[in-house]
Unconditional design. Structure first.
Length: 232
């Protein structure tokens, strides 16, 4: 029996044609996740908003690189890398259709100075890391990333997830497509910031979704979309 092309069905279901009713920007859901009782919280330092490489020079330097050394990162590195994802008066460093912001960010901390190893959620409004679980079995985590190059030498792993319901509530079925696009925007913004810091960063192109979701403790309706491996 021929396997159905679900990708084609997804694109067909979410397309807009002339004459189609446009989304009505309906129900608004929360744009950021909040943990009531994290194991630990880490206040990130204020990120620099000036200086550094000029835009065009930085764009010319953008290239994926796997970490080569098992070196420790600083909290200031994390603060700068996460700056594009932070909430600044209701907006972030990437565009979101209808202001739905369906993307969440998690950090698996492995080698960061003055910070416990473990699984953290990035609270975008407080600019704070919330520890939600202790360190995973790192060998199992590397296996979940499909044995991606440099995974064993990373200082942190940035995982971006999508909560499509936020976009769907505002945009209808088109929100599924938009949630994936915005996760890509957020991933590229964080990658660009990492390169600007002189860090080695690359995406884990293939990973086992269910294993990543289980390690992060994701609820139904929240899906891992991108994993960035970051180190030196």
């Amino acid at each position: 029996m021929k396997k159905k092309d679900f990708g084609h069905a997804f694109l067909a279901y979410t397309r807009l044609d002339p004459g189609s009713p446009l989304p009505t920007n309906g129900q608004r859901l929360p744009t950021a996740k909040v943990y009531a009782s994290p194991l630990e919280t880490v206040d990130l330092p204020e990120a620099r908003k000036s200086g550094g490489p000029q835009t065009w020079r930085l764009m010319a330097q953008l290239a994926a690189q796997a970490p080569e050394l098992e070196l420790t990162l600083q909290l200031t590195d994390l603060a700068q890398m996460l700056l594009p994802l932070s909430d600044r008066d209701g907006r972030r460093g990437y565009l979101s259709a209808a202001g739905a912001y369906p993307v969440e960010a998690y950090l698996l901390v492995r080698r960061v100075q003055d910070t416990f190893d473990g699984v953290y959620h990035y609270a975008v409004k407080a600019n704070q890391l919330e520890q939600i679980a202790p360190s995973p079995d790192w060998a199992a985590w590397e296996e979940a990333l499909g044995g991606a190059e440099g995974a064993d030498r990373a200082g942190v792993y940035l995982v971006l997830t999508a909560v499509p319901a936020r976009s769907v509530a505002r945009l209808g079925p088109r929100g599924y497509r938009q949630a994936l696009l915005e996760a890509g925007k957020a991933a590229h913004a964080a990658f660009t910031a990492a390169v600007a810091l002189g860090l080695a960063a690359r995406e884990a192109e293939l990973f086992y979704d269910e294993r990543v979701a289980r390690i992060l403790g994701l609820p139904d309706g929240e899906y891992p979309v991108s994993v960035l491996i970051v180190g030196r």
